[in-house]
Design a protein around this ligand. Structure first.
Ligand code: SAH
Length: 341
């Protein structure tokens, strides 16, 4: 049986008409699906038992469930979601005084195999359907109210997977999260993070993408970056920079450059200089990320290196933020998400 949410609005309308139902039922059902985030037929309270029966006889819900939730000493909560086919993915809620950020996954596993990231060790298993991306938000949003008395304010596509390798589902999930027919969130509260697939970045620009874009650069030396992130082998810095410039021209947006600081690997002042040169032609802000321990053998940069790195970039008038790690004690931090751990 098909998931009720996998058919189009037109298909649902046809189903209703064919089953002798009034047209306004369509709006009611869609409200339950996309505004109220119904996870099953029982939740749809104002739908008659008769219609529910007809729906149940023809459709199902491929449910996403919270299998476990663990909370860190710093308030961060990690969720393991069980998908309808038994696969697992992870999501994280990160509270601060003024916001709650939800970090969501776009794939089961990841094909990229970046050398510092635990998710890569799983390999790629499958793409998430847009409803499975949407479900993570709905389920965590409910928990966010219980845990922090606040709904989710921001969403980052920084969980498992490479969003641009699951382009269509990611875009449809963003549509549901932002459209008035869905969750009505402002696109400026959403960030998509990518390893930097030039074709995908261009496509975003052409498709009128409204959220923020973050690039996981991590190394501004083209050859060294390939060792760190083997997927970048087929793409030159020139292609990457061109696509970022194109994105900026089309959207007017500043791009966030994420840079993971690895001790004695990419954290010298020389590395900072290279980063400055990489960023020069593109309006950016830079987020320096603390390395979270995985089995990769890398180490976190010492404070002294970080300070010199930041000082150099700031002397060149770049906007630099340091992203301190959250939720490390529960392996919920960036790069630590790996199936069911
Ligand atoms: N594939 C996308 C989405 C994943 S986002 C991307 O590459 O952007 C997850 C972020 O955490 C990326 O910036 C990733 O490079 C970073 N990350 C991965 N492993 C990490 C680690 N061990 N410590 C800190 N950050 C890490």
């Amino acid at each position: 049986m098909n998931d009720l949410r996998h058919i189009t609005s037109d298909e649902l309308a046809t189903f209703l008409v064919e089953n002798g139902e009034k047209k306004f039922r369509l709006g009611q059902i869609e409200d339950w699906l996309w505004k109220k985030g119904a996870q099953n037929f029982d939740e749809m309270r104002n739908i008659s038992t008769d219609l529910k029966k007809k729906l149940q006889g023809n459709f199902t819900f491929f449910n996403t469930q919270i299998e476990t939730m663990v909370q860190s000493q710093d308030g961060t909560a990690k969720f393991i979601f069980l998908l309808h086919d038994g696969q697992r993915i992870e999501g994280v809620l990160i509270p601060t005084e003024t916001r709650v950020t939800a970090c969501i996954s776009s794939q089961v596993g990841c094909a990229l195999r970046c050398s510092f990231c635990a998710t890569g060790t799983m390999g790629f298993i499958r793409n998430l359907h847009f409803t499975e991306i949407f479900d993570q938000f709905i389920l965590m949003n409910r928990k966010s109210q219980e845990l922090y008395n606040q709904t989710i304010t921001n969403i980052v596509y920084m969980g498992m997977g490479e969003p641009l390798m699951n382009y269509e589902n990611v875009m449809r999930s963003i549509d549901l999260l932002t459209s008035p027919k869905g969750q009505g969130l402002s696109p400026s509260r959403i960030t998509l993070s990518t390893v930097g697939i030039s074709m995908g970045i261009r496509r975003l620009a052409d498709d009128g993408f409204k959220p923020d874009l973050a690039l996981s650069l991590h190394c501004a030396d083209e050859v060294k970056r390939r060792r760190l992130m083997p997927v970048t082998e087929h793409q030159t810095f020139e292609m990457l920079q061109d696509s970022l410039q194109y994105f900026h021209q089309k959207t007017g947006k500043r791009i966030t450059i994420e840079y993971l600081l690895l001790k004695n690997w990419n954290d010298s002042v020389n590395d900072a200089k290279r980063l400055f040169h990489f960023c020069r032609p593109i309006p950016v802000k830079i987020n320096l990320i603390e390395y979270n321990s995985t089995d990769s053998g890398f180490e976190r940069s010492p404070e002294e290196h970080v300070r010199q790195f930041v000082d150099f970039l700031e002397s060149k008038n770049l906007i630099v933020n340091i992203r301190h790690s959250r939720g490390q004690d529960i392996a919920a931090a960036c790069g630590q998400l790996v199936k069911g751990k």
